[in-house]
Ligand binder design. Sequence first.
Ligand SMILES: Cc1ncc(COP(=O)(O)O)c(C=O)c1O
Length: 392
Amino acid sequence: MARDVIGGLRAEARLAPESGIVEVVNAARNREGLIPLWVGEGDLPTPDFICNAAKASMDAGETFYTYQRGIPELREALAGYHQDLYRKPFSPEQFFVTGSGMQAMQIAVQCVAGAGDEVVFPSPAWPNLAASVGIMGARAVPVAMDYGDDGWSLDPQKLFDAVTPQTRAIYLNSPSNPTGWVADRQLLNIILEEARARGLWILADEVYGRFSYQGTGPAPSFYEIAEPDDRILFINTFSKNWAMTGWRIGWLSAPPEMGQVIENLIQYSTSGVPVFSQRAAIAALTEGAGFLKQQIERAEGGRRIVVDGLSESNRIRLSVPDGAFYLFFGIEGIDDCRRLALDLVARTGVGLAPGSAFGSGGEGFLRLCFARNPDQLKVAVERIASAAGDFR
Ligand SMILES: Cc1ncc(COP(=O)(O)O)c(C=O)c1O
């Protein structure tokens, strides 16, 4: 008799959810004329000056084990980058190099949530937070954001009402994947005050912080209002800003007292990030301002194309995203967005992510990534707008 392999697994591993985007991708990945806007990344390759830094490092023989926390030069560069951006002092001791933003999130969750604990978060959201919390044996508690004529909004009282004696942390992703919503400074203050009063951690996922369309600077950040001893863990990545999604390198920032704890958690997972990737990351931080500016401008142009193109159709409901690089929109009268995403890619070749993949509140929406080639975006929105009338 066959042995029950799966039944022998730890429930939290067995029950980790499959991605809701992959089903749509698998159904159409080889379709001719496909325009894949279901992705969570831009389409520009990593610039040469970043790749060359990695090559030079490899040529110099930097292929050995290294510091768990990250090489000192990169931690220095991270402190300098934040100092320039937020115009306040930062110490290299606050920064820890991780093998992606995803690993920064995983370590942050490991630090604060174990069996029986809860983490509260606004939903819809990038599904990996809830999955990481679940794998730890803790419970991720979604709090529905509101959607109305003015777009997405978060009532902080609803967030606090979801806090129980088991709650250890609030996760906030602003600018948001998938909605493009951006928390204002006042909301960040309210959340920080409440977290301080209740002894909660904040998991601040600011990976899209540079992609803000509200002014010239970055989106409002907890960095601007935090004290050094606040219980805030910042999740960040090189992936989005510098077109480095495949490199798998990110960073966590945390109160310096946590240094040994985080070092240990890195030791018992990846044991550190390759030095040559870290050299590339230094090049990104110290020489990458021009490239990043271009990326932001390109995304802003993409945003204009998709918002203008889709606003012409009276069946499409959308709110203009203030940040990140996604448009989260729906087709009036259609709730089954999984079916809609499958039909849309089959009929038009435009690949979008179903909103249901982003948890409660995402049903009825589709996510489109606009950090892509503008000509392709124009074709995609024409095809979506002309097909929109046909869906029932
Ligand atoms: C909200 C959010 N946080 C974190 C990440 C992690 O990015 P990465 O693992 O590529 O560094 C992503 C990637 O899509 C994201 O959307």
